[in-house]
Ligand binder design. Structure first.
Ligand code: UD1
Ligand code: CA
Length: 497
């Protein structure tokens, strides 16, 4: 969660001091966040609920959940419906204390909030967020809190380039909100209004409860509109206040895959800016993806087309070459990853070197200065300090000591079709090229294995193991049976016929 808060803080105005943030966090302790996430999102044209589609490396719903916890709200309630179990799991992964309210049938945004009201019991206010708006920042919610004043309502407005589908927020000259009219219910005059409702509200809980009880579905969509609470606040003489957010990236909801891609690009850009400002060199940042839980020390260099995901940690001075894809791995200091490596759940200690074109699968561990070259695959294998596997090799379920040389084309035969077995290669051993090591087997310290051997028995320390057929040389054989001899004999036979 800390990593996400860093990147969101970046998007927040720089002027925002920590102390102000702390004060505001305290100010929202009496507030419940209600996150609307029950809809399917038909325009995504997906079997996956909309809020589970990802931007950067998080599902959409995780963003408002994380925002709510950064804001220090007293409680977070996610309204779920479509794909309920999956949405709950995604929200809980971000905030284990999140609560859920089920809206079995999607009868409109007012109905969605109404279904969460029981879970907000005891809170003074309700902060309503949308599950499909990933860009919202703490600064904007703090502006909303400031606009709220004595309440009972403050809401966020925006001016989207394309107003279609958005409710228009009608305000008087003093900035009081008169009412919100949905696009489909607008008169031509109302349609011309360019101030749209962003769907983000801070509402007094008691007022909200009484207003929700009065909402009716007498509109174009036959839905229960949450937006009706605006006219109700005005009617009782306490009109809502609007906070206008000018950065559309912050407030734009995701409705289709094009908007998903836009949000993704925006967040990636902000994230990369943050990483660069923290002292990391990104060559061509538009082509680099760095997940929100990734950490990079200073003086790391990342080339184009690199993807860093999950909980990957990268130590000082490490260089990650073009096209590497690294997931949830730990890289020490001054590690070199050459281009086009795929590395997952692996550990590379200081000064290790890998690639190009290497595949480190879960449990691959390179101790310091260990070196893995091109077309080498490793799985659940420790390659000891200073050891090398430079070319065309598979190392699985192996424990390899220090200063071992693994020759080109070495294969650990770790699997008999049913079970996996372990290979142990002790310090200083030398494995000749094109060797098969049939596990379980141990090759002792300082032992040598001749090239082309198939090792099926333990090799004692210091011994030479050779298992290939001895070579035989037949003198003069080429002149009698070699291809040239055969061809010239055939030609002679032809010319005589
Ligand atoms: C809503 C607003 C509109 C605003 C727009 C901003 C209403 C009536 N209109 O419209 O003024 O401009 O957001 O994006 O509120 N949801 C549920 N249950 C439901 C209905 C919706 O959980 O029964 C959730 C959706 O999953 C979504 C959010 O509420 O996350 C917004 O719903 P959506 O249908 O997208 O509202 P809009 O019609 O876009
Ligand atoms: Ca919407």
């Amino acid at each position: 969660m800390a990593a996400l808060s860093d990147s969101a803080a970046l998007a927040d105005t720089a002027a925002l001091a920590d102390t102000a943030a702390l004060a505001d966090a305290a100010a929202l302790a009496d507030t419940a966040a209600v996150i609307l996430a029950a809809g399917l999102g038909t325009r995504m044209k997906s079997t996956l609920p909309k809020v589970l589609h990802r931007v950067l490396d998080r599902p959409l719903v995780a963003f408002p959940v994380a925002l709510a916890s950064r804001l220090g709200v007293g409680r977070t309630v996610v309204v779920v419906g479509h794909g309920r179990e999956l949405v709950e799991a995604a929200a809980r992964a971000m905030d284990p204390n999140a609560r859920f309210a089920l809206q079995a049938e999607q009868r409109g945004t007012a109905d969605a909030v109404a279904s969460a009201m029981a879970e907000t019991e005891g809170c003074r206010r309700v902060l309503i967020l949308s599950g499909d708006v990933p860009g919202l920042t703490e600064a904007s919610v703090q502006a909303l809190t400031a606009a709220y004043g004595d309440g009972p309502l403050a809401l966020v407005t925006m001016t989207p380039p394309d107003l279609r589908g958005y409710g228009r927020t009608l305000c008087d000259a003093e900035g009081h909100v008169l009412r919100i009219v949905e696009d489909r219910d607008c008169t031509p005059t109302e349609k011309a209004v360019t101030t749209a409702n962003a769907g983000i509200y801070l509402v007094d809980r008691e007022f909200l409860a009484s207003a929700l009880a009065r909402v009716e579905s007498s509109n174009a969509q036959r839905e229960l509109y949450l937006t009706d609470i605006a006219v109700m606040a005005h009617a009782q003489g306490t009109p809502g206040r609007a906070v206008h957010v000018t950065d559309m990236g912050e407030v734009l909801g995701i409705n289709d895959r094009a908007e998903l891609a836009q949000a993704d690009a925006r967040l990636r850009r902000l994230r990369n800016l943050e990483v660069m400002r923290a002292g990391v060199t990104l060559r061509d940042p538009d082509r680099i993806v760095i997940g929100l839980d990734v950490t990079c020390a200073t003086d790391v260099t990342i080339e184009a087309d690199v993807v860093l995901r999950g909980t990957t940690r990268v130590g000082r001075g490490t260089v990650i070459g073009q096209g590497a894809v690294i997931d949830s791995s730990t890289l020490g200091e001054n590690v070199t990853v050459k281009p086009y490596c795929v590395i997952s759940e692996a550990v590379l200690d200081d000064k290790a070197e890998v690639g190009p074109f290497a595949h480190l699968r879960p449990g691959a561990v390179l101790r310091s200065r260990a070196k893995v070259g091109n077309f080498v695959e490793m799985k659940k294998t420790v390659l000891g300090a200073g050891s090398k596997a430079s070319h065309l090799t598979y190392l699985g379920d192996a424990e390899i000591g220090a200063d071992v040389n693994v020759g080109a084309g070495t294969i650990t035969c770790n699997y008999d079709g049913v079970n996996k077995f372990k290979t142990v290669i002790e310090d200083g051993a030398f494995i000749g090229s094109n060797t098969e090591i049939v596990a379980p087997v141990t090759i002792g310290a300082g032992a040598l294995v001749g090239a082309g051997s198939t090792v099926t028995k333990d090799v004692p320390a210091g011994a030479l193991a050779l298992s290939r057929e001895p070579q035989v040389n037949v003198a003069g054989w080429a002149a009698i049976k070699g291809p040239h001899a055969l061809k010239s004999r055939a030609r002679k036979a032809d010319s005589h016929s």
